[in-house]
Ligand binder design. Structure first.
Ligand SMILES: Cc1ncc(C[n+]2csc(CCOP(=O)(O)OP(=O)(O)O)c2C)c(N)n1
Length: 561
């Protein structure tokens, strides 16, 4: 059977079980859009290509599946770069398809030509330019395979217009040819045995989970391991949700804005078991003094991330789920002897740190942003899918929302992309129409992709946006306060729109809270509506995020307020 490139493309997506594409059309992809029209494949029309990639990313983080985005050539393609880099830094599986000018025009500065494979080479796991229609089907399947296997990441496939129009035989390759099992890494059982030995000997162990635990769907194995060995757990920003925040073993996040107890525990432990984390500078602070008393076991699927930043005693290259499952088997089969007295002393010390860190909010009649998030956490029972923007809003969410499940915290950790949260929340809500999905935003970040309100309203997505409106680019203001003598150079946000009216003009619901007593009623009302809702909270302009470790300092050197 002979088919057009555009038809083969759509059939290959369907063979990959793709159910949703986030995209934006243009000249170079018209043939594809015509096929989408005929096939009635679910396509979500965003308002900006950056929104499309973040939405595909949010869909991927919430579902654990590969997110898919389709855009046109030139400016359509270049508008995706921030979203691709965001997914790359956080190891999110995604395939971005870009239109390209017809092959004879490539390299001629043709209308809407951009060398998108060249531009994205440093921020994709892999990228392809499909020059022959005969290679199309295989390339699409390879792209999906690469995106989800090993350490996941974004893959870009550039599709010239003439390749989409050309015809060829359609052999309908089975995507299973490229399934992940073939390349599944063999777990180093010997290394796990040694890890077990070290855990058994340790008196003051800590587990540090990263995004790799969520990517590997290993949260259950982690919980079971930590609970049976009674080891306290900290999770990096990307690992949040990988361990229940309700557990007595939960320490909170470590690092620059980590909890006092997490940073103290990491700094005083004798063994640190790290799973699926890459030792970001935001986590380690000064690396020379990171976990100074600990032997480090690092479990990671990517051999290249072992010893990249921090020297480890024992590397375990492999899938976090398999590794933790094997550790659980060893614990169960060897009648793991728990050093009761020592463990009690260690957990007691941690409990003491938790008590020392407790500080009431300094009230001054304004709404405290932390309180908005705590109230939200109570009202949703920690069960919502929460996306964040970047800045103070993101750190307060990580600190004060009690996450209980994996794939419920969607946040740009590695690149720190303002404008990420709202479209990511849209992607998650498309995947889970019945769940509560919320974007927690600053008044700066929300304005970076606010046009996606039209997308949310158009598809009747009941996404909620909570704006912690402090009239500033809050996190940058905080740094200026601390390190630049309070010279607030261009961080005061004047002339922001009236977010309530803006929401209404898009056809969404807008609500506002100006006083502390209005927080709970507004949240309750907003959460009860099955519509797109923007809730604007006028919060204390001068509130800062604490604890804080100054950049380059040791994580024990925390400012608590
Ligand atoms: C695209 C982008 N531009 C600039 C920055 C630098 N930056 C980090 S936090 C921040 C301020 C964020 O302000 P706002 O969204 O109002 O959130 P708040 O910190 O007040 O919660 C800025 C400008 C960034 N992270 N991303």
């Amino acid at each position: 059977m002979k088919l057009k490139g555009a038809q083969i493309f759509i059939r290959s997506l369907i063979a990959e079980d793709v159910d949703t594409i986030f995209g934006y059309p243009g000249g170079a992809v018209l043939d594809i859009y015509d096929e989408i029209f005929k096939e009635r494949l679910r396509h979500i029309l965003v308002r900006h290509e950056q929104g499309g990639v973040h939405a595909a990313d949010g869909y991927a983080r919430a579902t654990g599946r590969v997110g898919v985005c389709l855009v046109t050539s030139g400016p359509g393609a270049t508008n995706t770069v921030t979203g691709i880099a965001t997914a790359y830094m956080d190891s999110i599986p995604m395939v971005v398809f870009t239109g390209q000018v017809a092959t004879p025009y490539i390299g001629t500065d043709a209308f809407q030509e951009a060398d998108i494979t060249g531009i994205t080479r440093p921020c994709t796991k892999h990228n392809f330019l499909v020059r022959r229609v005969e290679d199309l089907e295989q390339t699409v399947h390879e792209a999906f395979h690469i995106a989800r296997s090993g350490r996941p990441g974004p893959v870009l496939v550039d599709l010239p217009k003439d390749v989409m129009q050309a015809e060829t035989d359609y052999p309908a390759l089975s995507p299973s040819t490229f399934r992940d099992e073939e390349t599944a890494l063999h777990l180093d059982q010997d290394a796990i045995q040694r890890a077990y030995g070290m855990i058994k000997k340790s008196k003051r162990p800590v587990i540090m989970a990263g995004g790799g635990v969520i990517g590997a769907k290993a949260a259950e194995e982690l919980r079971s391991f930590a609970e049976s060995a009674r080891i306290p757990v900290t999770a990096t920003l990307m690992g949040i949700g990988g361990f229940p925040g309700t557990s007595p073993l939960w320490l909170g996040m470590p690092g620059m804005h980590g909890t006092y107890q997490a940073n103290m525990a990491v700094s005083h432990c004798d063994l640190l078991v790290v799973a699926g984390a890459r030792f970001s500078d935001r986590v380690t602070g000064k690396t020379a003094t990171f976990a100074p008393k600990a032997k480090i076991i690092q479990i990671d699927i990517d051999a290249a991330s072992i010893d990249k930043v921090v020297r480890t005693e024992l590397p375990v290259v492999g899938d976090a789920k398999q590794a933790l499952a094997f550790l659980n088997t060893l614990l169960a089969n060897n009648h793991f002897y728990l050093p009761e007295e020592e463990r009690k002393a260690w957990l007691g010390e941690i409990a003491q740190w938790k008590t020392e860190a407790r500080r009431p909010l300094r009230r001054n009649g304004t709404i405290k942003p932390q309180e908005v998030i705590r109230t939200l956490s109570d009202l949703t029972g920690g069960d919502a899918i929460i996306a964040t923007e970047v800045g103070q809003n993101q750190m307060w969410t990580a600190q004060h929302y009690c996450f209980t499940r994996p794939n419920t915290f969607l946040s740009s950790g590695g690149l720190g992309t303002m404008g990420y949260g709202f479209p990511a929340a849209i992607g998650a809500q498309v995947a889970f129409p019945e769940r509560t999905v919320i974007d927690i935003a600053g008044d700066g970040s929300i304005q970076m992709n606010i046009q996606e309100l039209a997308t949310a309203v158009n598809y009747r997505l009941p996404v909620k946006v909570i704006i912690l409106n402090n009239g500033h680019l809050g996190m940058v203001r905080q740094w200026q306060e601390l390190f630049y003598g309070k010279r607030y150079s261009h961080t005061v946000l004047t002339k922001s729109p009236d977010f309530v009216k803006l929401a209404e003009s898009y056809g969404a619901v807008g609500l506002r809270a100006d006083k502390p007593e209005e927080v709970e009623p507004v949240l309750t009302q907003g959460l009860s509506l099955r519509e797109t809702v923007v809730m604007d909270f006028t919060v204390d302009q001068e509130e800062s995020v604490y604890p804080m470790v100054n950049p380059g300092a040791s994580i024990t050197e925390m400012r608590l307020y």
